[in-house]
Design a protein around this ligand. Structure first.
Ligand code: ZN
Ligand code: ZN
Ligand code: ZN
Length: 150
């Protein structure tokens, strides 16, 4: 039988948006892409040759400038709506255009090697990666090592 997902994760009205740990565009945007080789972080925009603030489209590995330059990555997404994910070459954050949200790349298994590689290309060293969260969330038992009050 068809499972009907009623997700209620949208719509928190607070101004600060936390980076997502997952998004449903990951598999489609990354399908068939070999991200073991990516352009260098100092690659210029494919359209206007702007040297900084560029983004890497994770679906086709095109390098395009951000919305505060000439917006060529935004334009690219409007032409190719399935190309949802882009990596910022300025701060190595990953943005999902479809979710309008940042993704926490170091904590997302399909994006982690990409983040590692981009970091290595940019800084010449391995990133200080946080440990991956356990695959299945388990309720943490309340720690009570030394009950001082009885
Ligand atoms: Zn551009
Ligand atoms: Zn693309
Ligand atoms: Zn998404």
């Amino acid at each position: 039988m068809a499972a009907s997902w009623s997700s209620a994760e949208d719509g928190s009205g607070s101004g600060w948006v936390e980076a997502r740990k997952w998004c449903r565009h990951l598999s489609s945007a990354l399908s068939g892409v070999d991200l073991s080789e990516i352009p260098k972080p100092d690659t210029v925009c494919n359209f206007c040759q702007h040297p900084t603030e560029n983004w890497l489209c994770l679906s086709c590995k095109e390098v395009l400038c951000g919305r505060f330059v000439n917006g060529h990555m935004l334009l690219h997404h409007s032409h190719h709506p399935s190309h949802s994910l882009a990596l910022s070459f300025s701060d190595l954050s990953v943005w999902c255009f479809s979710c309008d949200s940042y993704l926490d790349a170091p904590l997302i298994p399909p994006l982690r090697p990409l983040y590692q590689l981009a970091y290595l290309l940019k800084f010449g060293e391995d990133p200080p990666l946080p440990p991956l969260p356990p695959p299945s969330p388990s309720p943490s038992p309340s720690p009570s090592p030394s009950p001082s009050q009885v």
